[in-house]
Ligand binder design. Structure first.
Ligand SMILES: Cc1cc2nc3c(=O)[nH]c(=O)nc-3n(C[C@H](O)[C@H](O)[C@H](O)COP(=O)(O)OP(=O)(O)OC[C@H]3O[C@@H](n4cnc5c(N)ncnc54)[C@H](O)[C@@H]3O)c2cc1C
Length: 480
């Protein structure tokens, strides 16, 4: 059955992927009385990158978050609220505040060493970086990397301590300053955290809910979703699109057609051809997909019989190699999971990709070696549990979230979001200009794509397309 010969499709709308964008797209359709949709999801539950796991030795486990963990930016007074914060309140999610700069201790390869002054300097440099970066927009200056920006404002880290504190203030891009757009990272920060720029607030709430952070989106789905509207454990292999609709083929050969489809698959999935489009996506779309970056953020969980580490929320470890197990978070604290014996390290970007290729045992011994350096007076015991997710190798994700490189220009973003024909629509965190990389970006994009599809359904297919640019010219052409 091809869409061209099909007179009546199976569903009005296929929603490809059951993460935040997919569930919110479904809710938006349902609220506009379009009930004939189907969410097709590869995993056995909804939530996508809100993914948790019961971790620890038998009899002493805690539910930890392998993916998203923070509500980033909440609400100040009656100002705009992060919609994820609103869902957390609605569904009674248990959260705890984390204090990034007030509850932190510092180490290097010789053990505890106080370089909190350097951290304060790095925080100031980062604030300055985002202000100066944001200021390049109204003056129409060209984008460049955060590294260039740092150098221009005089921040040039030289020592391992300088490098780790710089890492810590921008690690959430999950890539280095060399790989990150100065302008886009500035607005991503400002639109979420800076109230003066329309942001929510500068608070970060950590989900410590033992139902998992995903509970908020699963509970939201349970309010409107009928079991017949979702197909789990169903991996999409091909998406055939034409003027008559969209036909997806699943890994088991099943074909399902829809008048419309909204794909919410991650940018990494789109980049890796895990899903094949028939016909191939137009070149302007492919250029946009391949020009944005899918970054990786990896948490490595260790459990020990007893806590032997710091009492703060965070610790930094300055290695000679920038990005080598730099950030540590202890979960065995009264406001997190007391008595859990759990600590985790985070690595990002190229370092994440590199460790995914190595066996668990090797990574575990590297982590124990670092702990040995941080705590020279302690014989580091054997962990009772160890786990880290391989987001980059996972064909359902191919990374953790998108990051905007300096070579990605505004028209690329226009094209990344744009529909291809009236039947195929694109959604997910990467499509959000203001909030790419965040849960709230996925939320707003899910809503937006569904609203466009609603107007298509109402207009019998004769709806407005999103703008796109056939070929992106260079605003300052090269003269060779
Ligand atoms: C480690 C990590 C830490 C993060 N930390 C935070 C944080 O603290 N705060 C924050 O705001 N954001 C954070 N994020 C980002 C946040 O999780 C994402 O922005 C958001 O979850 C993306 O939602 P989405 O619906 O766009 O995509 P997804 O959640 O990826 O949803 C897409 C769905 O499609 C499914 N899928 C993919 N391919 C196929 C296929 N071929 N067939 C069928 N189904 C398929 C996937 O299983 C997935 O469920 C983090 C992400 C990660 C990975």
């Amino acid at each position: 059955v091809s869409p061209d010969t099909h007179t009546k499709n199976d569903k009005t709308v296929l929603i490809l992927g059951g993460g935040v964008a997919g569930v919110i797209a479904a809710r938006t359709l349902a609220s506009k009385n379009i009930k004939d949709f189907l969410i097709i999801e590869g995993r056995d539950e909804l939530g996508g990158r809100m993914r948790s796991m019961e971790f620890g030795v038998q009899g002493k486990t805690s539910v930890v978050e392998l993916g998203a963990n923070w509500i980033q930016g909440t609400q100040e007074g009656n100002g705009p609220a992060n919609p994820i914060y609103a869902l957390a309140k609605k569904h009674g999610l248990k959260t705890a505040e984390t204090d990034f700069y007030g509850s932190i201790v510092t180490y290097d390869e010789t053990g505890p060493v106080d370089y909190l002054d350097a951290l304060n300097t790095a925080v100031d440099a980062y604030t300055n970086l985002t202000v100066v970066g944001g200021g390049r927009v109204p003056t129409k200056q060209v984008d460049t990397t955060c590294r260039t920006g740092y150098s221009l404002i005089g921040a040039k880290p030289k020592t391992p301590a300088d490098m780790v504190v710089e890492y810590y203030v921008d690690w959430e891009y999950a890539q280095t300053p060399e790989q990150t757009s100065w302008i886009a990272s500035s607005w991503a920060n400002n639109f979420t955290f800076d109230v003066d720029q329309g942001g929510f607030s500068d608070d970060n709430l950590l989900s410590v809910d033992q139902r998992g952070f995903k509970h908020l989106i699963q509970a939201e789905a349970a309010e409107f979703l009928h079991p017949s509207q979702v197909l789990l454990n169903a991996t999409v292999r091909t998406i055939a699109h034409s003027a008559d609709g969209v036909v997806v083929t699943l890994a088991n050969g099943t074909r399902i057609s829809g008048d419309y489809a909204i794909t919410t698959f991650s940018l990494g999935v789109l980049q890796h051809d895990d899903v094949v489009f028939e016909p191939a996506l137009p070149l302007w779309k492919q250029e946009a997909i391949q020009s944005m970056t899918m970054a990786t953020y990896t948490k490595l969980f260790l459990q020990f019989e007893e806590k032997f580490w710091f009492d703060t929320d965070f610790a930094l470890y300055a290695d000679k190699v920038r990005g080598r197990y730099p950030v540590w978070q202890g979960l065995d604290l009264d406001h997190f999971f007391p008595g859990s014996g759990i600590i985790f390290a985070t690595v990002t970007g190229d370092y994440s990709e590199a460790i995914e290729a190595l066996p668990d045992a090797e990574i575990q011994s590297q982590l124990l070696e670092v702990l040995g350096a941080m705590f020279p007076n302690i014989t580091i015991p054997t962990p009772t549990a160890f786990f880290f997710p391989r987001w980059f190798s996972d064909p359902l994700y191919r990374g953790s979230y998108s990051n905007w490189p300096a070579s990605f220009v505004s028209p690329h973003h226009t094209n990344l979001r744009a529909n291809v024909g009236h039947r195929l629509w694109f959604s997910g965190e990467a499509m959000s200009q203001k909030y790419f990389g965040f849960l709230h970006g996925a939320y707003f994009e899910g809503m937006d794509a569904a609203e466009h599809v609603v107007s298509c359904v109402s207009a019998g297919g004769k709806c407005q397309s999103l703008p796109f640019v056939e070929s992106i010219p260079n605003s300052s052409p090269y003269v060779i």
